[in-house]
Write a protein that binds this ligand. Structure first.
Ligand code: HSE
Length: 433
């Protein structure tokens, strides 16, 4: 191996600039750890003239990231452009085709084209490293692929989107409405360019698709994930959860079930005593249930320049050392197909909030509809009473023991048809510990 590793970085925003800074700060240490000198030889960005906070005089500038990816001036291509098509995809493919290793933070690209890119990297015998694409600074890719190689994994789940966790935490702690909290997250720079990616659960789904493949040896398939966002979580739900000993988190969950690997993203009730419930603000966390280690939780910064750059630099260091892990753990051809496990088959407890007309027999009617389907209730609490006692709706919160989604949906439809409730019930799945 040449003594110098020449890298080209496409996309020099917050993360790219942090990568350049970290590489400079850790120059000596990286050389000692890898035996090579890592040099940023070239960059590509939209605006050449922009002050990036570092000296660019010795760095070659490319207007076109694809030209950079193909350039003889670099050995390793770092993609920080973002987006699942366009220049990011083309540049990554070009670099791999030219026999250059790639480091990327692009979860959307991997969720959509990860299989093809992994196959290309295998064919060209180069690395495709993407630690920064999931949970920012948490080394979860390495943990699943290398650290837990001696385990059979049952479930992997986590808080994978800092924006959503920030919003839910702020709503709960400061009793602030959703919109205000979202604006604050955007102001702080956590949210994606289009925040519906965050709040709609799609960013979490991209990350979950990657984790599920690593955990279960399956093909990356974001289409097999059931996705719900946090738009419908209300302050009333967060307050009720808190009083019942729960928190509401947007989780990405992939678990083995008798029907296959269930993959889902949705607001979830987690007991306040669990590690994951303690994770507040923009922080991410991933818990893995596996046979040998039992349970492992990694907590850390999921976004931000330095945290993401930390993961990018770790991948660069691996490649400098000559480490070339198979991108998805198994050879591409050995990954098994996933089939979507429909949410109707999901088994677990449920939190249900109903706006019940305050009249005799309503509770009994609701409990009957549940009992008819064998749904057992852990608690049923009426929260206050209509002020004028004229039968105005009052909030009633039910917690069920484990049942199936199908039965819960049927029971709620029947309760609505009976006319006991004033609006569509809210239901939130409870994640088992
Ligand atoms: N928008 C993402 C988040 C950034 O909020 O976590 C990191 O992928």
């Amino acid at each position: 191996m040449a003594e110098i590793l020449r890298i080209g970085i496409a996309g020099v925003g917050t993360v790219g600039a942090s990568v350049v800074r970290l590489l400079a700060q850790q120059d000596e240490a990286l050389r000692a750890r890898t035996g090579r000198k890592v040099v940023v030889s070239a960059i590509s960005a939209r605006d050449k003239a922009k002050d990036r906070g570092f000296d660019t005089s010795a760095i070659k500038f490319f207007d076109d990231p694809v030209a950079l990816a193909a350039s003889e001036d670099i050995d390793l291509f770092v993609e920080l452009i973002g987006g699942d098509e366009g220049p990011a995809r083309l540049a990554v493919e070009t670099a791999l085709k030219h026999g250059k290793s790639v480091v990327t933070a692009n979860k959307a690209l991997l969720a959509k084209h990860g299989l093809a890119l992994a196959a290309l990297a295998e064919e060209k015998r180069v690395a495709l490293a993407y630690e920064a694409s999931v949970a920012g600074g948490i080394p979860i890719v390495k943990t699943l692929r290398e650290g837990l190689a001696g385990n059979s994994i049952e479930r992997v789940y986590g808080i994978l989107n800092g924006t959503c966790n920030y919003i839910l935490s702020k709503m709960e702690m400061e009793e602030m409405p959703f919109d205000v909290c979202l604006k604050e997250a955007q102001r702080l720079g956590y949210a994606e360019a289009d925040p519906t990616f965050d709040i709609g659960g799609f960013d979490t789904a991209h990350k979950l698709a990657i984790l599920a493949s690593l955990a279960f040896g399956t093909e990356i398939d974001a289409e097999a994930i059931s996705v719900e966002g946090i738009e419908h979580v209300t302050l009333a739900d967060l307050k009720a959860a808190e009083e019942l000993g729960y928190r509401i988190k947007l989780l990405g969950v992939a678990q083995r079930t008798p029907h296959g690997v269930e993959q889902r993203v949705h607001p979830t009730m987690v007991r306040k005593t669990t590690s994951i419930a303690q994770v507040m603000g923009v922080t991410n966390a991933v818990t893995i249930d596996a046979d040998a280690v039992h349970e492992l939780t990694l907590v850390g910064p999921g976004a931000g320049g330095n945290a993401t750059a930390s993961a990018v630099v770790a991948d660069i260091a691996d490649i400098a050392r000559g480490v070339r892990s198979r991108p998805l753990g198994l050879p591409r051809a050995a990954l098994s197909k996933v089939k979507r496990v429909e949410m109707q088959r999901h088994e677990g407890g449920y939190y249900i909030r109903l706006a019940v007309f305050d009249k005799p027999g309503a509770f009994a009617g609701i409990a009957t509809r549940m009992a008819e389907r064998g749904i057992s209730l852990e608690s049923i609490v009426q929260r206050g009473r209509g002020a004028d006692k004229t039968g105005a709706p009052v909030p009633v919160v039910l917690i069920t023991y484990a049942t199936t989604e199908k039965l819960v949906r049927e029971a709620l439809d029947a309760i609505m048809a009976d006319g006991f409730v004033a609006e569509r019930p809210q239901s939130i799945r409870i994640e088992r510990e």
